[in-house]
Design a protein around this ligand. Structure first.
Ligand code: AMP
Ligand code: MG
Length: 330
């Protein structure tokens, strides 16, 4: 029986989770926030440094374990913001050294996919829709492959920028979702799917112009934005399902908190006899439990670094999903 800790620090969230035999037994996090938007990497890293010991203590308490019971420490190695990733790495190394327990380097995007298992998915396609990332990924022929992705910004950043143009605070996603419910008229917007990829910059420019035109209400534009952009995401997810011949979709990332996106994903799946899974919110957003969850799987297949090897590990800010060497799956 193994207890693996997971440390998440790729962007604005510092989180620590514990997993024992595939069961999440703790998941604590704290998020760096700003008044007006945009994440300042050095400030976010400072936040992580300030909260890490406290979060660690709370996670141990929630798990009901003492630190001596920890068998391995998994951490988000990338992709992410370098200063933030470094805090997670240094904290993990410190605990690893003190307890003399191995480190397990985990890819953040793959963790979003694999945590889908706790909701019952076995071999899914992940629609990962977060602030900085937008990808459709799945495991196929020995690798986690990216079937589609954004060609410019992440969908969450796109929504937040739209919200900022509209004079709404950060993060814009939840507020836009509320406004969209009041929207009644669909306003035509560009629909940009290129092969299996999506792009948002043209839609943003178009929306910015429409925001200045009194003809359109913010409610209608929010509604139309969601309908258009979520249809693009769901279309690429559907193509990926068809392409790899799978019948399970898992949602991940902060934008997947949006009920309209969840509904559209579910409908698409129903129409093609597939199933849509959406982890509960604490596992959907950035969190330490998903790092611990994938970390335990990797740990059990022997991917662990001790002693000097552990202390020599580094962050991988630009690690791509398909670069991850997979030896823990058959
Ligand atoms: P993440 O990067 O995964 O932590 O997700 C953060 C992003 O999710 C931000 O861009 C938020 O605006 C966005 N977000 C959060 N809740 C919602 C929502 N209900 N609808 C749309 N976007 C959301
Ligand atoms: Mg994430």
């Amino acid at each position: 029986m193994a207890i693996v800790m997971g440390v998440e620090s790729t962007a604005h969230t510092f989180g620590i989770g514990f997993v024992r035999d595939g069961k999440v037994i703790a998941n604590i996090r704290d998020m760096y926030t700003t008044e007006s938007g945009g994440i300042i990497p050095l400030d976010s890293a400072k936040h992580h440094r300030e909260v890490c010991e406290k979060i660690y203590g709370e996670a141990l308490y929630e798990a009901g374990i003492s630190e001596e019971e920890i068998d391995g420490i998994a951490f988000s190695q990338g992709p992410g913001l370098p200063p933030c990733l470094l805090v997670g790495l240094e904290f993990s190394k410190k605990i690893s050294k003190r307890l003399n327990k191995p480190l397990v380097p985990v890819n953040h995007c793959v963790a979003h996919l694999e945590i889908g298992r706790v909701t019952g998915a076995k071999d899914p396609v992940l629609l990962y829709a977060s602030g900085a990332n937008t990808q459709v990924i799945s495991y196929a022929s020995g690798k986690y492959r990216v079937f589609g992705e954004t060609l410019d910004t992440g969908v969450g950043n796109f929504i937040d920028t739209f919200a900022r143009y509209a004079g709404i605070g950060f993060p814009g996603g939840p507020k836009i979702e509320r406004l969209a419910k009041e929207g009644k008229n669909y306003v035509e917007l560009p629909y940009v799917v290129k092969g299996m990829d999506v792009s948002f910059s043209g839609i943003l420019t178009n929306l910015r112009q429409k925001l200045k035109n009194e003809k359109y209400s913010l409610e209608d534009l929010s509604f139309s934005m969601q309908e258009t952009v979520f249809a693009m995401l769901v279309e690429t997810a559907e193509r990926a399902l068809a392409h790899v011949g799978k019948n399970e979709l898992v949602l991940g990332g902060g934008v997947a908190c949006n009920l309209r996106l969840q509904e559209m994903a579910k409908k698409m799946c129903e129409e093609r006899n597939a199933k849509s899974f959406c982890p509960e919110k604490p596992l959907l957003v950035d969190n330490g439990a998903m790092i611990a969850y994938l970390g335990e799987i990797m740990f059990n297949s022997g991917i662990k670094f001790s002693g000097k090897e552990a202390q020599d590990l580094d962050i991988k800010p630009r690690q791509r999903t398909d670069e991850v060497e997979v030896i823990w799956k058959d």
